[in-house]
Design a protein around this ligand. Sequence first.
Ligand SMILES: [Zn+2]
Length: 528
Amino acid sequence: MRKWLPFFPLAMLAASAQGEPVDRAGQWWAHVEALASDANEGRATGSKGFERAASYVVDQFKALGLKPAGSNGYRQPIDFVQQTILADDSSAMLVGAAGEQVLEIPRDLILSGGGGPAPEAIDAPMIFAGYGLHLPEVGHDDFAGLDLKGKVVVVISGGPAGISGTLKSHARSERASWLARQGAVGLITLVTPKQVEIPWTRRIALSAQPALYFKDAALRDSPLPFLNAQWDPAKSGMLFQGTGHDFADLARVADSSAALPGFPLAQRLKVNVAARRTDLPAFNILAVMPGTDKRLRREYVVLSAHLDGYGVGTPMKGDAIYNGAFDNASGVASLIEIARRLQSSTVKLRRSILFAVLTGEEKGLLGSEYFVERPTVPQKAMVADLNFDMALPIFPLTSVTPIGYEESSLGAPAAAVSAEMRLPITPDPFPERNVFIRSDQYSFIRAGIPALFFKYGFKAGTAEAEAEKAWRANIYHSPFDDNKQPVMPGETVKLNDYVTAVTLRVANAERRPQWNRDSFFRRFAQER
Ligand SMILES: [Zn+2]
């Protein structure tokens, strides 16, 4: 078989079709400005603002000649239930030998409305289960020997040093549904003071947002109501009263990744939850650029980015619109510009490219999960997912971190493009953040589809790392992630070119991508 052009000359893509210079940075940023404008009110899933932003994306796709690939034109409708926890009408207390301690929601604990309907009332004993990691495949199970039935399970984030971050984060993401299947009634996740990424006051502000779950119960994590809560890190000590254990000590152990014990707690947790539930229709946007190879055009390389944001929420400094400019209007803007590059490329695509502009990501990767579980093209025909979420254009792009490159054969095209563009691959500087399972690519991974998630490369302990950390602490998921913040659009143009080049290689390779033999995620491909 003749080898299809496995690379493409960068120069071919460097000018417009007419050979005129184009302000590509300005073009990309103009999409971000349009999508993240105040008029779109933060693009909450199911909102008018999302609808307006979606129309913009569809107009762009149409103008580029992309074909509709939804179940209703470019749209794939999804039925959600919106659940708002009514904090003022809910109550919680700890009950122990010393009496009752009344708790304030959400000041002391935040109840999640995601996953499924919240239980109306819980009065249950509590049990501490260390890191709460169920990983029998590596001989680690924090729940071994603990009686979970009817319990509220309390865990601390983190895990033993000897287990890969990937494995730990996977166990964490499957934890609530696994515990529900064991008969536990709730899960409280604690963080050590060192682990705090978003300050508790901001967490409280975000908790006013309604949560979503699938109207179709078959798609939910747990068939039964299950309580999911987070506790104020400054007050976690109260949970351990009467046990002879001290939270500060346990937090120190967790921070050093040493072994944590499991033991029953001395108090019961009583919670009454008031919630408002309403149906909420929403939709993904799906468009396709058909491939040209007779056989391979029936396969799809998925390019994904979520369009939804946090909508209108608790005001900060008088601003209530959570514009989500970098998270993730920027990613959707990149998809539009990549579509333009592919369309004008002189290299023909063998496989088809499916552009998935997703909803419900901020509500728990829901739009991508729906798309993967109820796909509009055969699930097996999706050969890879290449995802954009919050590639931060706040410092120069000197290297790329294609998260997941060590897990599948997608690492090879990424490495080749890195060499070609002199943008070396930098390993994820903070693997403990587990970003591989924290954006839409994880929905694809769980269905066995190899994926990459593109980030600006930087090393820990550098000025870039400081800038990124400051952005996360002060701007991430706040009204300040807007069009007024400092930005370097020209740097994202380079990243867009990088991903365009990777897309072409994946689309035109003779073989579809495969998980590496030793990849943890290969199991999902084998299960299907
Ligand atoms: Zn995001």
